[in-house]
Design a protein around this ligand. Structure first.
Ligand SMILES: Cc1cc2nc3c(=O)[nH]c(=O)nc-3n(C[C@H](O)[C@H](O)[C@H](O)COP(=O)(O)OP(=O)(O)OC[C@H]3O[C@@H](n4cnc5c(N)ncnc54)[C@H](O)[C@@H]3O)c2cc1C
Length: 399
């Protein structure tokens, strides 16, 4: 059987571009198949990128980064317009920037093209089958064959599904909704919001150069039976947090929710899986990270591809071994306990309510002074909460 390249990468997002650059540098011939007209046209992110993986891969001096994040705002909403808020500023920290994916991914793909990567845009892979020492991909432009496919097609992981390696279930998914608002702030802010309509998940506001990116990531199964409809959540959220301005863009996208202990199959014969397709996402209540994990896992895949080729494509398990040694798996493992709390509704409704009421009552002076412990025990009783469960949740949260 003749092959079209040493490696075919399915998906020209962050994971795919990173894998393609690295594999090309390793001397392999690489083709990227991307269904969009250009990289970035189909991609959604809230918009805060931790840049450590990116700057190890390419020169970022001309990257279209929006603003350096200098201020963190963390807010827990407790109902009735009440909230607990924390703000922290550090102008010297340079770990993350806000980005807009349509611009960013185009720039990243151009970097890859400059290094010799071949992109085939408007190319949708609609099926995959394993045959004669490789994988044949069916696309709207004909069949493409490779001895190794790097799957970087995002959360719905089409290739793994076509090859019968995975079934998607709602419990493995979060819904992300996002708006770009035509309002500008004059500093780089990341605002994280917990406690919206009791939904399992959180919200964000990131300031770009001339706009704000706002949105929510919510567990799909918590929307089932909720009073808030998916199409209304971002509007209600915007009202709750008091952001105003013209809506310039709206997008919705799924996000993987696996966590370290439930990761899907990351390799198979002639296949390795990266980025969102591999379930690499961390949402630990403070940070939402998928972009740096996508870039790093792509990088590891590109390097592994060379070793796999050297062994005549006989075994792809080296990729998983290399991942285990990377920050992708180390951070996924560390975040696992707090990440798994996202599945518990009490974290997003009962606990914020108790916390706000206890703290609120501490400001009351009426001649009946009580200790913090008395206040806490009373509210726990009122809300029918289980103290042991709360302590166990705290232990899980701190990791
Ligand atoms: C609302 C929201 C907010 C988020 N906020 C953040 C954040 O602030 N910070 C952060 O780090 N992460 C965030 N994430 C997560 C982050 O966006 C993802 O983890 C990241 O985009 C994963 O990159 P990827 O390359 O694996 O997948 P994607 O970016 O989804 O790229 C997959 C590519 O594959 C292509 N493709 C798919 N199927 C096919 C096919 N059959 N044929 C050909 N091409 C195909 C797609 O067009 C796409 O270009 C957020 C996600 C959402 C939805």
């Amino acid at each position: 059987m003749s092959f079209d390249a040493d490696v075919v990468v399915v998906g020209g997002g962050l994971a795919g571009i990173s894998a393609a650059i690295t594999a090309t540098r390793e001397g392999l011939s690489v083709i990227v198949l991307e269904r969009g007209d250009y990289s970035g046209s189909k991609n959604v992110a809230g918009g805060r990128m931790y840049i450590h993986a990116l700057k190890d891969l390419v020169d970022i001096s001309d990257a279209p980064l929006e603003r350096k994040v200098e201020r963190e705002i963390y807010e827990v909403y407790c109902g009735n317009g009440r909230k607990i808020s924390f703000s922290y500023e550090d102008k010297n920290r340079v770990d993350s920037y806000t980005v807009l994916r349509a611009k960013f991914d185009q720039w990243f793909a151009k970097k890859a093209e400059e290094e010799g990567v071949l992109f085939s845009y408007s190319t949708l892979v609609s099926n995959a089958r394993r045959e004669k020492g490789g994988i044949t991909l069916e696309t709207n432009r004909g069949e493409v064959r490779a001895p190794l496919v790097i799957e970087a097609d995002g959360v719905t992981a089409g290739i793994s599904r076509y090859l019968g390696l995975r079934n998607l279930k709602p419990s493995m998914l979060m819904l992300g909704v996002k708006e770009v608002i035509g309002t500008a702030w004059d500093e780089g802010v990341a605002r994280t919001i917990i406690g919206f309509e009791g939904l399992k998940g959180g919200g964000f506001v990131y300031s770009n150069r001339d706009t704000l990116s706002i949105g929510l990531t919510v567990k799909v199964d918590s929307l089932q039976g909720s009073e808030v409809k998916a199409q209304d959540i971002v509007e209600k959220f915007r009202e709750m947090i008091g952001i105003e301005g013209p809506i310039l863009e709206y997008s919705a996208h799924l996000i993987p929710y696996y966590g370290y202990a439930n990761l899907p199959q990351l390799n198979a014969e002639n296949l390795i899986v990266t980025g969102d397709a591999a379930g690499f996402l961390i949402n630990d209540g403070f940070t939402i990270r998928g972009m740096d994990l996508a870039i790093e896992s792509g990088k590891v895949a590109g390097k592994a591809a060379k070793l796999i080729k050297d062994e005549n494509y006989a075994d792809t398990s080296i990729y998983v071994k290399m991942l285990e040694e990377s920050f992708v798996m180390r951070d996924m493992k560390k975040a696992w306990k707090s990440f798994s709390l996202l599945g518990e509704k009490r974290i997003f409704s009962d606990y914020p309510k108790v916390l706000c009421e206890v703290l609120g009552d501490m400001f009351l002076v009426n001649g009946e002074r009580r200790t913090l412990r008395e206040e806490l025990m009373e509210k726990i009783k009122e809300e029918n909460l289980n103290l042991t469960q709360m302590v166990l949740d705290l232990v899980r949260f701190i990791g």
